[in-house]
Write a protein of this length. Structure first.
Length: 432
């Protein structure tokens, strides 16, 4: 790890300490105890799913898979990290790296899952209800007020220089995977083999990815969160959509690319270029004080123009927008905040915690805020051919080019996704 990243991390932890101290004063509490959480075994089984630690814990401690750990923060003192690392001959106990962040904490290794002894005026933050009842009964603190959660979430929305460096590195490594996935597709690989090529090139195992990679060939590219990997390569290759990331020190990349295969109609490649241009044009409009909803609306306007220009809609862009046609071609939001969680926290609350819901016409929009420096946002326009969304347009007799849509259905759809930092004067594309 580079010295500069590690020193940025020390400053990141120091600024968290200052922020948490301001919250303890504001809420009149002695301490905040963050619980990392733990996995639960499958029903009637002794096997566990892959575990991801609570985001506010990972905000401090770069151990994104650490279970049964606690971090207790109090004013004017080093935070205490209760590190669950029991002697175990079945598993390797959590190992600490030789990195300076360890010196920022008093580290106490614990071998059982009993919670730490904290003062009664300690706010407990995390999935406390998942603890067995007898352990919950031992906990002295108080349930954290909802407003404390909002304040902690709000801090996560504004990335420190350390977090931005992690997100940039996560992007770099994810791009290694995307290059390998593209090569595998042009080598006629199956979805499973594309997935394996992605994991190999980005150097990660499946339990470490920040979200399950979406690797859709042909019509599967039109299933927004397609969750399988066909083992056999299809006979015809129309398209590939890869939505896949990387988790670096707890921070997620979330990137999507779409490719036209040898069996796609030529208009599909043109549409990929057009959606890529929408992505770039929207990114150029990103800056502090811009409302994300306005960018989402801009994406729909450009998409309407693309549908008209490529002969998919016989009418004007205004008519396409008014009739809600672009929402059938792109039913998800333009993007979301990105950080420790792929769909990061605080996307739909104002800075003081007031709810800021998505408008009823765009229920899937995950970010309704005004952009500010330090936010890291995905921009992911799409254009899909999803029969269940297009069929109602046919029923309404709208002037769409159904012959062309039939030709494009086997291609599934297109999504192009980059990760962008808002800077004081504009933006910095972490994917570029
Ligand atoms: N990978 C999920 C998303 O793009 O939001
Ligand atoms: Mn994605
Ligand atoms: Mn995304």
């Amino acid at each position: 790890m580079t010295d500069s990243l590690l020193s940025l991390q020390q400053r990141h932890i120091a600024s968290l300490q200052a922020y948490y101290e301001s919250l303890m004063a504001h809420f009149d509490i002695d301490a905040i105890a963050l619980y990392s959480g733990h996995a639960s075994a499958f029903f009637a089984d002794d096997h566990y799913p892959a575990f991801q630690a609570f985001g506010h814990f990972v905000h401090w401690v770069p151990l994104p898979h650490a279970e049964h750990c606690w971090l207790v923060i109090a004013p004017n003192t080093k935070p205490t990290l209760y590190l669950h690392a029991p002697e175990d001959f079945w598993h390797l106990p959590t190992q600490l790296p030789d990195e300076p962040w360890c010196d920022a904490f008093d580290i106490i290794r614990i071998s059982d899952i009993a919670p730490p002894a904290v003062s009664p005026n300690t706010a407990l933050v995390g999935d406390i209800n998942a603890l067995p009842a007898e352990l919950r009964a031992q906990l002295k603190g108080i349930d954290a007020p909802e407003a404390l959660y909002w304040a902690l979430d709000e801090q996560r929305m504004h990335k420190s220089d350390y977090e931005v460096a992690c997100l940039r590195e996560a992007n770099r490594r994810a791009l290694d995977g995307h290059r390998a996935a593209e090569a595998a597709f042009f080598g006629a690989a199956s979805e499973l083999d594309i997935q394996l090529a992605y994991l190999a090139a980005s150097r990660q195992r499946e339990s470490q990815v920040p979200y399950q990679n979406i690797i859709g060939l042909n019509a599967h590219a039109g299933v927004l969160h397609y969750q399988h990997y066909d083992v056999q390569a299809p006979y015809q290759r129309h398209s590939l959509l890869v939505d896949a990331g990387y988790r670096f020190r707890g921070y997620a990349a979330d990137l999507t690319r779409t490719y036209a295969g040898p069996d796609a109609p030529s208009v599909f490649a043109d549409l990929i270029t057009a959606v890529t241009n929408i992505k770039d044009t929207v990114i150029d409009a990103m800056a502090p004080n811009v409302a994300f909803l306005d960018l989402h609306t801009l994406m729909h306007r450009y998409l309407a123009e693309v549908l008209v220009a490529h002969g998919l809609f016989h009418g004007s862009a205004e008519q396409a927008l008014e009739a809600g046609i672009t929402r059938a071609f792109c039913p998800h939001g333009l993007g979301h905040s990105l950080g420790i969680q792929v769909h990061d926290v605080a996307g739909k609350r104002l800075t003081d915690g007031t709810p800021c819901p998505s408008p009823s016409q765009h229920p899937a929009l995950r970010l309704t805020r005004t952009l500010a420096p330090g936010m890291v946002i995905t921009i992911e326009p799409g254009c899909y051919f999803i029969p269940m969304l297009l069929e109602p347009l046919r029923q309404r007799g709208l002037p769409l080019n159904w012959a062309l849509i039939e030709e494009l259905l086997p291609c599934g759809g297109i999504r192009i996704e980059d990760n962008v930092l808002i800077t004081p004067n504009g933006r910095d594309n972490l994917t570029a």
